[in-house]
Write a protein that binds this ligand. Structure first.
Ligand code: FAD
Length: 508
């Protein structure tokens, strides 16, 4: 099988994204088109392992995939995995248990996640990780590690491959391809699921689909699994369920939330809206949302102590900028008007190479200076704070008092928010502001499932024949209102694997 690349994805996804906004708009009468043991709706991170493991049990599987290729978000994802009790940890002498992984997630998420779902994920993560490794996944040499992109775990249980999601996808495709070749698994590309078929008792008995030519079909199945991803590319649903604008366009275009609509249509319900949490600090390319992202400010104060201060739309500070927690930054931004703030520096901070400035994508001091000089969007500079506020969009008059208060705290060593790292006052004009906006790679609400991954009704009863895994169950299910490293990709693959391997009762 030829290896997949990110470039290939870019050529296929663009052709199908526009077609996937409304599920049944203009769909003609669907013709019967075969019957299956299992239909997988969405051949991505969770759907591929569901198909592999069901096929291994002898099931006839149909994968309906809206895009022009299998893979889903793995084309973009860093696919950083987290698993405790793996063979790799054992080889490296790292003692770790799923119980400790669970405790770390509870700590980071402040007990906001779904404990049953999180337990199911972490207690089965090592088997998933070991399967990927046994199937040929090659990781970077220093894995597993404790990484600091999110609040860190207490043990090295975080790991990723050089080409990240692409490597994971290629390994899983290596396992799927023989089942496609033997016709145990049929894949229908550029074919989106438009409706679930139910019998009189409410059991799900199949799926209707429409292909790129508008041909509508009915597929009959014993069981259906929704693995169609989240809704991070659907402006309307995002606003409805996340309660905020989709500011940044940085996710898989097919993440349109179809599985949520399908699940609800069959009697399920959506939960987890309260878990919405933005990532901190994107510098967007424009105010035309969803916009591109130029760079990101992701301070991790133990290693990257901040210099400037964060000012909100009202011209006020709202946190100790040196708090050593991404989560604290994310939760603080959540409470601010339009989920944005400005990082404000003075001239000494920008010019003096003794002090580091923390932006991603090689946005170093020279590039930052260039952005201020060129008037790049959201990089503003002015001789006074009222002027800067006017240019940038915050209350500059209020910011004058805010700055004076910060400088008093800086010189006395006693900051109102308890900030400790204050090497410099903000005193030397010109002043600079970079607008930092919330952004999201995942969506938090999803279709409700029980601990057998059955889609459930509000009364807790399962919708017979219908299962779900991956981001369609909501990132909040596995992370609560927080970001826990690896707790999207690993649970997606784990749940897909478990559904195919033994949860779904296949009658073959
Ligand atoms: C840039 C980025 C980096 C990330 N990094 C990490 C990370 O390091 N670690 C981590 O744990 N998580 C990470 N995540 C999140 C994680 O990658 C996703 O949550 C996960 O891959 C989603 O898997 P999924 O199977 O639910 O959806 P997907 O992998 O997106 O698969 C869904 C599939 O369903 C298809 N589909 C959609 N609608 C239909 C329909 N109606 N009919 C048929 N098919 C349909 C889609 O085309 C797609 O192929 C990242 C996300 C992004 C965007």
């Amino acid at each position: 099988m030829a290896k997949l690349t990110k470039r290939q994805f870019l050529s296929v996804a663009g052709t199908t994204a526009a077609a996937s906004l409304a599920l049944r708009d203009g769909v003609a009468h669907a013709e019967p088109a075969g019957s299956w043991d299992l239909i997988v709706v969405g051949g991505g991170t969770a759907g591929i392992p569901a198909a592999i493991f069901a096929a291994q049990r002898g099931a006839k599987v149909l994968i309906l995939e809206a895009a022009g290729a299998l893979g889903g978000t793995l084309y973009l994802s860093s696919a950083q995995l987290s698993a405790a009790g793996t063979k790799l940890q054992e080889e490296k002498g790292i003692e770790d248990t799923p119980e400790e992984h669970f405790a770390d997630i509870m700590k980071i998420s402040k007990n906001t996640g779904n404990q049953d779902i999180i337990r199911l994920a972490v207690f089965n993560a090592a088997a998933t990780f070991d399967w990927l490794m046994d199937s040929g996944l090659e990781l970077l040499p220093d894995m597993p590690t404790i990484a600091y992109g999110h609040d860190p775990y207490s043990k090295p249980r975080y790991a990723w491959a050089p080409k990240m999601g692409i490597d994971v996808l290629n390994v899983m495709m290596g396992q799927l391809q023989p089942h496609i070749d033997s016709q145990q698994v049929e894949v229908m590309l550029q074919t989106r699921a438009t409706a679930l078929i139910q019998d009189e008792s409410g059991s799900v008995t199949g799926v209707e689909s429409v292909d790129a030519d508008g041909v509508a079909r009915q597929h009959i199945a014993q069981s259906v699994v929704l693995t169609s991803g989240g809704y991070s590319a659907n402006d309307k649903l995002f606003e409805e369920l996340e309660g905020n604008k989709r500011y940044c366009n940085c996710t898989y275009p097919m993440s349109q939330g179809h599985g949520l609509s399908l699940g609800v249509s069959a009697g399920g319900y959506i939960r987890g809206m309260e878990h919405h949490l933005p990532l901190f600090g994107a510098v967007l390319t424009s105010d035309d949302y969803p916009s591109g992202k130029l760079t990101t400010h992701r301070p991790w104060p133990p290693h990257n102590p901040p210099l400037g201060i964060f000012i909100n739309t009202e011209g006020e500070r709202f946190m100790a900028e040196d708090v050593p927690s991404h989560d604290a930054h994310e939760q603080a931004l959540l409470g601010q008007t339009d989920e944005r703030c400005w990082l404000v520096w003075d001239d000494e901070m920008l010019q003096n190479p003794e002090y580091a400035l923390y932006f991603s994508r090689r946005f170093d001091r020279e590039k930052l200076k260039e952005a201020f000089d060129n008037g790049t969007a959201f990089f503003d500079k002015a001789d006074s704070l009222p002027e800067l506020g006017q240019l940038a969009g915050f209350d500059g008059d209020k910011a004058v008092a805010t700055l004076a208060e910060y400088n008093r705290g800086q010189s006395s060593g006693s900051d109102r928010f308890g900030r400790k790292h204050m090497p410099l006052p903000l005193a030397k004009a010109p002043f600079y502001a970079v607008r930092l906006q919330s952004w999201q790679l995942v969506t938090f609400a999803g279709i409700a499932v029980n601990d057998k991954l059955e889609v459930i009704r509000r009364d807790g009863q399962p919708v017979p024949g219908l299962y779900a895994a991956g981001e369609v169950i909501g990132a909040g299910a596995t992370m609560g209102r927080s970001y826990c490293g690896g707790m999207q990709v690993t649970p997606a693959i784990t749940f897909g694997r478990m559904l195919g391997q033994d949860i779904i009762p296949l009658k073959t």
